[in-house]
Design a protein around this ligand. Structure first.
Ligand SMILES: Nc1ncnc2c1ncn2[C@@H]1O[C@H](COP(=O)(O)OP(=O)(O)OP(=O)(O)O)[C@@H](O)[C@H]1O
Ligand SMILES: [Mg+2]
Length: 383
């Protein structure tokens, strides 16, 4: 801008007009002398017209559009606008612009020798589009940085999630395999034993009990196997599965030393796409939690399982009159390892969530809970 102001100062200096006037005067004078050749006065006129430096400054510095595209206003001592450049709006209030520019930069003073006194002019200037762009650049950079961080974070998250998932799948498959082998052989031995004691009714009944437990263990191994691979879903009615869980849990109640009523309300015979073993496991985890949550002192100890249809969804509620869940834990309880129990692994609900959400495209969440009143956990499955 200083270079531009100097160039401007150079070109508007009154000295140029004065020199030109003097040269013209000399040329005119010379013509009146007969003994001076005409060519001399022509040379002087030519010299007067050859404003080479001025043209150079004008064309190379002052005018070029792309060299200094900075908005400029030149004002004289009296405050009149002498010249301006790059003021987009021709009707803009020049006074206001001058004020704005002077807040941005100290104006550059130009001094012009006019005969016997010095005149001053002031160059006010704003900012080029480039500078305005640069002003926003840090924000753009921050934006890009934030975007990169976001992408990085989600990638990292999805990598850890798939690692966790791999670990989970690996562990369960291994467990199923390890359990399966000795179980098959126990089963074989049991058949041999039954043949041997076929006469002894009492001992035989014990063998049948053992057989029951062995087949239950086989079922558990089967669950581990199922959760380790993408399970098959078939369209089934959930009621018999729920019945199985209820009767199994009711048989365990005396061991827990609790008296809990298990209720069942089925309002629909809609089928859902299910994997029976895994679905059973999920329901079992919920009922087990409900039973754990019911204190002995409760007047109406119950767990109720209800099935209803709501449009495209099958709604399965497991409701209890237990301790309820503190609001601050409502999100935590589905995380693996979260447990408030002395002997809890905190796996029941995360397993249930995995079964329902990852394998059945459903949803499981705390539908309702109140401390010391009870809890309802809801499962939604597409019918
Ligand atoms: N019906 C419920 N009533 C009250 N609290 C519950 C209920 N269901 C779950 N919770 C709370 O959520 C926690 C996590 O449950 P989750 O089934 O994942 O683990 P856990 O029961 O503690 O252990 P695990 O199921 O592995 O033996 C429980 O410790 C309990 O505090
Ligand atoms: Mg549990």
């Amino acid at each position: 801008m200083e270079l531009w102001a100097k160039a401007f100062e150079h070109n508007v200096d009154p000295i140029h007009t004065e020199i030109s006037r003097n040269l013209n005067y000399v040329a005119d004078m010379l013509r009146t002398y007969d003994d001076v050749p005409d060519s001399l006065s022509r040379l002087i006129r030519e010299a007067e017209q050859a404003t080479i430096t001025n043209d150079f400054v004008m064309n190379q510095i002052i005018r070029p559009e792309d060299l200094f595209n900075i908005p400029v206003i030149v004002v004289d001592e009296a405050g009149f606008v002498n010249a301006y450049r790059y003021i987009d709006d021709e009707n803009a209030d020049m006074q206001k612009l001058v004020e704005r520019f002077s807040a941005l930069h100290e104006p550059i003073t130009i001094s012009l020798q006019d005969r016997d006194r010095v005149q001053y002019q002031y160059v006010y200037y704003g900012e080029s589009p480039m500078i305005q762009y640069l002003r926003y650049f840090p924000y753009v950079q921050f934006g890009i940085l934030a975007l990169l961080l976001g992408v990085g974070y989600t990638t990292y998250k999805s990598i850890t999630r798939s690692e966790q998932s791999n670990l989970w799948v690996g562990m369960t498959k291994e467990a199923a395999h390890q359990l399966g082998t000795p179980l098959s052989s126990i089963y074989g031995w049991l058949q041999l034993l039954k043949d041997k004691i076929s006469k002894d009714e009492d001992t035989l009944s014990i063998a049948y009990e053992i057989e029951n437990d062995v087949s239950r263990l086989k079922g558990i191994a089967e669950r581990f196997n199922k959760i380790g691979s993408q399970p098959e879903l078939t369209s089934v009615n959930p009621e018999p599965i729920i019945d199985d869980v209820i009767s199994y849990m009711e048989r365990r109640l005396p061991q827990l030393g609790k008296r809990i009523e298990v209720r069942k309300t089925i309002q629909t015979n809609a089928k859902a796409k299910l994997n029976p073993e895994l679905f059973q496991w999920a329901i079992e985890n919920l009922i087990k939690n409900s039973m754990d949550a019911i204190k002995k002192s409760v007047t109406d100890p119950y767990v109720s399982i209800s099935v209803a249809q709501d449009g495209p969804l099958l709604i399965i509620d497991v409701k209890d009159s237990g301790t309820g869940i503190d609001k601050k834990y409502a999100k935590e309880i589905f995380k693996p390892g979260f447990s408030t129990k002395k002997r809890g692994w905190g796996l029941g609900l995360s397993l249930t969530r995995r079964i329902i959400e990852d394998y059945h495209n459903g949803r499981v969440y705390v539908y309702q809970t109140e401390v010391n009143k009870g809890t309802t956990i809801r499962i939604e499955l597409p019918v």
